[in-house]
Ligand binder design. Sequence first.
Ligand SMILES: Nc1ncnc2c1ncn2[C@@H]1O[C@H](COP(=O)(O)OP(=O)(O)O)[C@@H](O)[C@H]1O
Ligand SMILES: [Mg+2]
Length: 466
Amino acid sequence: MALIGERGSIAFRLTVWYALLSVVLIASAGSILYWVLADRLRQEDDQWLAGRIAQVRGILSLHSRDTAALQEEVHRDTAMLAGSYLRVVDANGINVIEAPIPHAFAGGRPFADPRFRTRGDEQGMDWASGSGETYRLMSARVGIIGAGFTVQVAMNRTSEEEVLAAYRRILWLALFASLAIAVIAGYLIARRGLQPVSRLAAIIAELSAAQLHRHVVNDDWPRELQPLAANFDQLLVRLDESFVRMSRFSADIAHELRTPLHILQGEAELALSKDRSKEQYRDCIASATEEYERLARMVDALLFLARTEQPDSLPNKRTLVIEHEIAAVCDFYQALADEQETTLIAGGSGTVLADSALLRHALGNLIINALNHTPSGGSVVVDVTKTSDRAVEIVVSDTGEGIAPEDLPHVFDRFYRADSARFRQGAGTGLGLAIVRSIMLLHGGLVSLDSQLGRGTTATLRFPAT
Ligand SMILES: Nc1ncnc2c1ncn2[C@@H]1O[C@H](COP(=O)(O)OP(=O)(O)O)[C@@H](O)[C@H]1O
Ligand SMILES: [Mg+2]
């Protein structure tokens, strides 16, 4: 059967449980009813037998010495003897009465059964004759002044046994029928109940990359599947976002690479178009080298970004003395500041839990931005502040040209450069602040920029409290 092969399926498990449960329920209900019925029948039999004994006891008390009268009294009520057996034995073991005498009872044989002999007075017992009949036996000792008798009675309860046997057969039948119905119905019900799951799977399987904006959630899904559909939608939204971001990013990269490559190609073609002097070739190669450098810087920056944005990249965090880090970076840029006649001032102190190389990279990007956008005579100040919530902030402020309010929301985007910066000689790649931001995200921190056009810019690296 196909069911057996589906051990891992929910429908199979539900069916098994369903079938087990119905069999257990029907079996226990049927057994209880059977037990009640059988017990009731037995009680009635015992009552009847006890009644017979009481009757005989009454007759005995009147005619204990007159055997003939005794027998006459008993036989008068022949109706009562139908299907039953009565034997009275006196103290000497002599049969006083035995009637009627079914073959199996000759001489009160069943009452000699060891199982019966341990029973007390008026305690019934079932006894099966060899020929397929069942009797209920009961005996009692009756003491009359001067004489003792044993009264043994039995009644044929074969028809009751037949009723009970029929009941058992019906119970078994009902059990097998309910098992079959439970298996079939349970499987169909489970399949039907699980249909939405396959429907959801089919819809999801049909989704292609181009349909990431489609939504699977709607009111049709059963309540249990709603969270799954909703979560799947959220996953789709995130996928769609990163999909769009990725394709935009590739377009940006292609665009950024195209311009310098065109320039290089144009210059090379121009140089080759006719014979040039040694100096002209040298100029051409020198200018090309500058472009190569820019391209190399851009590729390095892209690689760095790709590495910091990898979900499993973990910064090598240690507790750092901030003034040491600031001093190291400022020392590096001091020559550039001197050349531009800009003052570079390092201040502040404290400790922070960060990756030293990444922190220096971020700080360096901020300082070089500040230096690049601050005219000579200006100053760039690096400082450290502790906020009320025990976060550490490293602040780089300059007295430079500032950023226009319309540019400010975009400066962290990759490749974004304000127009004034875009066409400047030796302009950056537009990746500096994007790198700073991803470094800060790796540290669970934030970077923010505050700027006033013509007044200067303040960049803040905020590290969360440890
Ligand atoms: N200190 C600053 N003063 C003025 N403009 C700035 C400053 N820092 C960044 N910017 C602006 O933000 C843009 C993006 O900066 P960045 O990502 O470092 O790229 P890049 O420096 O390569 O141009 C810069 O082009 C510039 O217009
Ligand atoms: Mg920069």
